[in-house]
Write a protein that binds this ligand. Structure first.
Ligand SMILES: Cc1cc2nc3c(=O)[nH]c(=O)nc-3n(C[C@H](O)[C@H](O)[C@H](O)COP(=O)(O)OP(=O)(O)OC[C@H]3O[C@@H](n4cnc5c(N)ncnc54)[C@H](O)[C@@H]3O)c2cc1C
Ligand code: SF4
Length: 300
């Protein structure tokens, strides 16, 4: 049985208190929301923070009239009919019911990158002399590479990128808003532009018709090998506005800007077909719960 390492647990009641604790503890502290990603990683000794700062007892992380609180669980996202279909489809396809009941949207966006040589227990990693991401000197995926090429496997990021989402980051020093497309680095170790003392508190989106498709090895539950999202753009939005298409499970360059036009479409004709599909999905959603669409899309 894999056991957690010892750690100190702090349970602040407000975002301000959490930010002060993070600032005081420095890089030895980590945030924990649902813990569905962090706790298994800690059991495998991929990380061993001295202090865990819980976000579960902070009402401001959830209740928010103007944006989606980062502490909203994935199950709550799926149930909120006023949210865009693409985001609800993505949330619905994350892991299993139990994990969605605990896992939050903020935790999903800050998910650690994954790799077969890294998501293993300590002894396994020790047997291969570890790797660049932690304790080692070589990347086993790309042995000539000087940097870790592990990918983000979040389902919700592509859906939110397509919707042109912005995230709010709060620290003891102040707050800032970052477009989600600028939130990720093309680096498997330093994968977020978030500083260690910053808390992702909320996500802002425009509610446009959208959809999300996921490719995974096991139908029952699995991380995405590829996630593709599309959202319609209002006529009033600028031509240069990047929202519209996004893909996950790829390098950062492709992540937000959807270089993989080839994946979605060879040219605009097919792209419009996808957008029409998104509108049709929205009309269907008015009749059925999104869960059914997601399952039907997977069966197709
Ligand atoms: C068996 C299994 C299957 C899974 N399948 C999928 C899948 O198919 N798709 C998928 O996307 N995910 C999957 N996951 C990963 C995970 O369950 C989800 O991504 C979940 O949404 C993570 O949210 P959480 O609140 O539990 O994050 P946590 O585990 O609490 O945190 C994850 C990371 O985010 C940081 N963090 C959390 N909240 C914040 C915040 N507000 N501000 C700043 N940093 C923060 C934490 O410090 C930590 O580094 C799976 C996990 C398991 C165990
Ligand atoms: S350094 Fe290479 S082997 Fe290690 S996690 Fe990153 S991609 Fe995987």
């Amino acid at each position: 049985m894999m056991r957690l390492p010892w750690f100190e647990f702090r349970a602040p009641r407000s975002i301000g208190e959490a930010a002060r604790i993070l600032a005081g503890e420095g890089p030895h502290a980590m945030l924990i929301a649902g813990g569905t990603d962090l706790l298994p990683n800690m059991k495998r000794r991929q990380m061993a923070p001295k202090t865990l700062v819980s976000l579960r007892h902070i009402p401001e992380m959830k209740l928010n009239e103007h944006a989606i609180g980062a502490g909203t669980t994935l199950t709550e996202i799926v149930k909120r009919a006023e949210l865009p279909l693409g985001l609800r489809q993505a949330a619905h396809q994350v892991a299993t019911v139990h994990l969605r009941n605990m896992g939050t949207l903020g935790g999903n966006l800050c998910l650690d990158t994954r790799c077969n040589y890294y998501n293993q227990n300590y002894e396994w990693r020790k047997a291969i002399d570890f790797c660049l991401k932690k304790d080692g000197a070589i990347c086993w995926v790309a042995t000539a590479s000087k940097r870790c090429v592990a990918m983000s496997s979040t389902d919700c990021a592509p859906a939110l990128l397509a919707l042109g989402a912005k995230v709010k980051l709060v620290s003891a020093a102040g707050e800032r808003e970052v477009a989600l497309e600028n939130f990720y680095n093309n680096d498997g170790i330093d994968y977020l532009k978030r500083r260690p003392d910053e808390i992702l508190t909320e996500i802002r989106i425009d509610n446009s018709p959208s959809c999300y498709w996921k490719l995974r090895r096991r139908g029952a539950f699995d991380f995405p090998v590829l996630g593709v999202a599309a959202a319609t753009r209002k006529k009033t939005q600028r031509r240069g506005d990047r929202r519209g298409r996004a893909a996950g499970g790829l390098a950062r360059e492709a992540h937000g800007q959807c270089r993989p036009r080839s994946l979605l479409a060879q040219g605009s004709h097919c792209r419009f077909r996808r957008l029409r599909a998104a509108r049709a999905a929205r009309r269907r959603h008015a009749r059925d719960p999104p869960a059914d669409h997601a399952v039907r899309a997977m069966k197709r």
